[in-house]
Design a protein around this ligand. Structure first.
Ligand code: GLA
Length: 396
């Protein structure tokens, strides 16, 4: 069988990271933070529309080792990337940091903006979250830094404190890294529980996380598994497509005379004169309803309905929201043909990953079928991982 991307054992990875930190920065790390990537089960492009989402935390995570400095400098390096980012903490902010280090340094800036006294730090990063695959490697990095710094300064890691950290991470991503994302990825990385999906409601005045509920999945009991396929078609939220969709949703809400598309109804949407805005809004309104339907079905153990909602969600993203691509469509269709109860693209779109709900004894067959279909179509070989619903960010 094609091998699956393994999450690695956290304790083993931390031992190695501590040694690398010592070798590189000349000091033992004071602590190591860990934060998971995520896969969203359903509710795509709904978070910034005041809607519902239902992500799970992956077992694949980012570790960040940290040692404080007394000269206000920041140094960031990664076991997965060349080079070192280095700056004076006071100089870090919107427009001053390029590349992946912006996600780490940006969090220091955002915490400072929240009134936290952040010292200079040396950081070293190690991640098993596939990069640029729509599985929130950036949020995992932000949240690992946020947890590590918060623990260092004796800050609040209660659920309320974690909500504040999520808000800081969103500011880091949108204002320093320049990716105008919603709040789903950071919230699930900081608030998930093992074995459960996290139902998040973004119907709040400022677009932050409102109500949340852990939805026990019981996948193993049901003989099911979540299989993620990384199409390896590059996906970058700092590219234009994501921002375009956000702007179109804003225009659709304005045309409907509502604050957010959460307040729109289908009849109003179907009467929109602009066909593009109609399609965009139809996706968002339908998708929020599908999230509620999936939560109900999961609770009732009705996995057939969950699978059908995945398939409907994918069609909506392909045809109305127009954020899929040939590779994602192929991964989804092939998974379903090979025995998945349902499958859909997940995350921001324009490439990245799909998620399939698969009977545990069909996983191998689905992986093999997708590999074959990609080879036949002349696509790059995709990667696969098992999305066992895992725990939120914490210290290692
Ligand atoms: C990205 C963003 C999220 C969300 C999804 C789409 O992952 O970071 O906030 O908007 O895309 O659902």
């Amino acid at each position: 069988m094609t091998s699956l991307l393994e999450p690695g054992t956290t304790t083993d990875r931390a031992v190695r990271l501590r040694a690398e930190h010592r070798a590189r920065w000349g000091a033992d790390p004071a602590l190591v933070g860990r934060a998971p990537g995520r896969v969203n089960l359903i509710g795509e492009h709904t978070d910034y529309n005041g809607g519902l989402v239902l992500p799970v935390a992956l077992p694949h995570s980012t570790l960040v080792s940290l040692s404080p400095r007394d000269d206000g400098r920041v140094r960031v390096a990664s076991l997965q990337a060349e080079g070192v980012f280095e700056a004076q903490l006071d100089d870090v902010g919107p427009g001053t940091v390029d590349g992946w280090a912006a996600y780490a340094a940006g969090v220091l800036w955002a915490l400072d903006e929240q009134g936290v006294t952040v010292p200079g730090v040396d950081l070293l990063v190690d991640s098993t979250v596939p990069l640029g695959a729509g599985l929130s490697s950036s949020a995992a990095l932000e949240c690992a830094v946020a947890v590590a710094v918060t623990a260092l300064v004796g800050g609040d890691l209660s659920p309320a404190g974690r909500r504040r950290l999520a808000a800081a991470c969103v500011r880091a991503e949108s204002e320093v890294a320049g990716a105008p994302t919603g709040g789903m990825d950071q919230a699930v990385s900081l608030l998930a529980e093992p074995g459960a999906a996290l139902l998040l409601d973004f119907d709040t005045a400022d677009g932050s996380v409102g109500d949340l509920r852990h939805v026990e999945l019981g996948l193993e009991r049901a003989g099911l598994a979540l299989l993620v396929t990384d199409t390896r078609v590059s996906h970058a939220l700092v590219d234009g497509g994501y921002g375009d969709r956000r702007a179109e949703c804003g225009r659709a809400a304005e045309a409907l005379g509502v604050d957010s598309l959460r307040r729109a109804d289908l009849a109003g949407v179907e009467a929109l004169p602009d066909p593009l805005l109609r399609r965009r809004a139809r996706h968002v309104v339908g998708e929020v309803q599908r999230v509620s339907g999936v939560v109900e079905a999961v609770t009732a153990g009705d996995w057939g309905t969950v699978g059908r909602a995945f398939v409907a969600s994918h069609a909506s993203m392909r045809d109305d929201f127009e954020i899929s691509c040939a590779e994602l469509d192929l991964a989804v269709a092939t998974a379903v043909e090979a025995g998945a109860l349902g499958a859909r693209m997940t995350g921001g779109g324009f490439g990245g990953s799909s998620v399939a709900l698969v009977p545990a004894d069909r996983v191998e067959a689905v992986v093999a079928a997708v590999q074959r279909a990609f080879a036949d179509a002349g696509h790059r070989a995709p990667l696969h991982l098992m999305a066992t619903p895992s725990a939120a960010a914490d210290l290692v």
